[in-house]
Design a protein around this ligand. Structure first.
Ligand code: XMP
Length: 513
């Protein structure tokens, strides 16, 4: 919590995280708060401005979420977006009407009346619309601030220049002047100043960790080598170097060279007291003969917990377990049918804190992924670690289709390494959200020299995405594919054929299992 930021009251629109990102990109702190939360909770954040978000409901629906009426008594500047504008109009005694055709897509917007919100913004620019209901009469003390060819009231402003409503979505990229509009609201109307950058966040979170931990209490962390847990490790080491023990469990299902690189970075470079648990045999044994992907996941989760628990029981005085939970995982959002709380649990260590009677420490819970990367750079983590692709907890076990054994693991690790190194060496890695090799459980006929072979198939997968929820296959140039293919077939024994996955998500998923 940082005073003087923006409280975004969340009424459930799919664009709400984007509003938060836009505000933070301006260097201003913000938080999403359930739209119908008591106003006292909103004020706890000590905000300097309020945004009422969009949402899927109609203001007249019986169970549609409404803000605490106290909100309308506030002196804080208010911007209502879409459903938020309709709420503002309704509660200030204007008129909102349903029953119109749903308008979705771009529209030419014409500001009028010179409202401060549209300062520096031209005429006839594209704005992104997505609404059914519309405001048909502005409340007393308001005037129309913009229209489109089909919508007479596309924006409204009160005469004191403190409350605004826009029917379109300034937070989406399709709204050409959206950034300028939000900046006008935040800086010129609300008069907020920049209070959010990674340097400030680092300092604040380090202080928070020191404050939260009683003297003597120790913190453990399951360090995977991924971006999130690596950043948590660097933060904790800065805050409480003598009371922090990262634990790395080598499950044998990691990429080639992963264990060495984690040891090099955290033990050798940072000097952390890293505990390395060699669980390679435990995992392989538990996975023997298992082919069902969900069973594999469950087994890997269970063995991880067992080994992690055993390792940490050797450390005296542990009071906290740190986790790399991010903001999108903890946002409380209001669903269609009324308020609900959505909290995702972390796949890898679900249930651990309760089992071990530890308190949870989640220093990244206010951050988006790209902010975590920026923080990692600020903390001096190597670029390769900060920019790396996501990697699933169950690792290569879900990239070897069928049962997992040491021979297949060796083949996949080699092929995957060649693929990833090629992408790094040819500046393709950062264009891709996630890339990896998959070992298929089939044999195909081939020839090598004069010999007929009957060897395995490797599938290469590379996708672009912004959040992993949807993805498209990366259009890799044929010459790159040709070089990667021959490098793998020439250098990895047991592989004679390479295929490239051209499925998008949906209907496919990113992983094959
Ligand atoms: P899918 O395959 O569902 O993957 O399109 C979406 C993202 O999630 C990752 N993934 C996992 N991560 N444990 C994890 O920690 C898992 O069991 C798991 N399954 C998929 C996947 O790599 C992609 O980034």
């Amino acid at each position: 919590m940082v005073p003087g930021g923006v409280a975004i009251l969340d009424f459930g629109s799919q664009y709400n995280q984007l509003i938060a990102r836009r505000i933070r990109e301006m260097g201003v702190y913000c938080e999403l708060i359930p739209g119908n939360a008591p106003f006292s909770r909103v004020l706890k954040m000590r905000p300097g401005a309020l945004i009422l978000s969009g949402g899927p409901s109609s203001v007249y629906d019986e169970d549609s979420p409404h803000p605490d009426p106290e909100l309308f008594e506030t002196d804080l500047p208010v911007l209502g977006i879409c459903y938020g504008m309709q709420l503002l109009a309704l509660h200030e005694n204007g008129r909102v009407e349903g029953g119109h055709d749903r308008e979705y897509g771009p529209a030419e917007l014409y500001p009028e009346g010179g409202a401060a919100l549209f300062k520096g913004i031209g005429d006839g620019l594209q704005a992104w619309m997505s609404h059914g209901d519309r405001v048909v009469e502005v409340p007393e003390g308001y005037r129309i601030a913009a229209h489109t060819d089909t919508l007479p009231i596309a924006a409204m402003a009160d005469t004191e220049g403190q409350r605004f409503g826009v029917q379109f979505h300034p937070e989406v990229n399709h709204t050409e002047f959206g950034k300028q509009l939000l900046e006008n609201f935040v800086f010129h109307i609300a008069g907020l100043s920049r209070n959010w950058d990674m340097k400030a966040f680092r300092k604040r979170i380090v202080e928070m960790i020191r404050h939260e931990l009683p003297v003597g209490g120790k913190v453990i962390l399951g360090l995977s080598g991924g971006v999130d847990s690596s950043v948590v490790a660097a933060l904790l080491y800065e805050a409480i170097p003598d009371r922090f023990i990262p634990i790395f469990v080598d499950n044998g299902l990691l990429r080639k060279g992963e264990r060495e690189s984690v040891v090099k970075t955290f033990r050798d470079h940072f000097g952390m007291p890293l505990m390395v648990i060699d669980g390679r045999d435990d995992f392989l044994r538990a996975l023997e003969g298992v082919t069902d992907p969900e069973k594999k996941r469950k087994i890997i989760g269970r063995v991880f917990i067992e080994l992690f628990e055993e390792a940490s029981s050797e450390i005296e005085g542990v009071t906290h377990l740190a986790q790399g939970t991010l903001y999108p995982d903890v946002i409380e959002s209001v669903s269609f049918r009324g308020p609900s709380v959505t909290i995702k649990s972390h796949h890898n260590v679900g249930g651990l804190p309760e089992r071990m009677n530890l308190k949870l420490l989640e220093p990244l819970r206010e951050l988006f992924k790209d902010e975590v990367r920026a923080l990692g750079r600020e903390l001096g983590l190597p670029e390769l670690m900060v920019a790396r692709h996501p990697f699933p907890g169950p690792g290569l076990a879900v990239r070897i289709l069928g049962d997992v054994n040491s021979g297949d693991l060796k083949i996949l690790k080699e092929a995957d390494r060649i693929f990833i190194d090629y992408l790094l060496d040819n500046d393709l890695y950062n264009e891709i959200w996630q890339a990896f090799a998959v070992l298929l459980p089939v044999r195909t006929v081939g020839v090598m020299g004069d010999q007929r072979t009957y060897d395995r198939v490797i599938a290469l997968r590379a996708v672009t995405s912004t959040d992993g929820m949807t993805a498209d296959w990366y259009r890799m140039a044929p010459e790159h594919l040709a070089r990667i293919s021959s490098a793998i077939v020439n250098r990895v024994r047991g592989v004679s054929r390479i295929v490239y996955d051209i499925s998008s998500k949906p209907p496919g998923t990113i992983e094959w299992e």
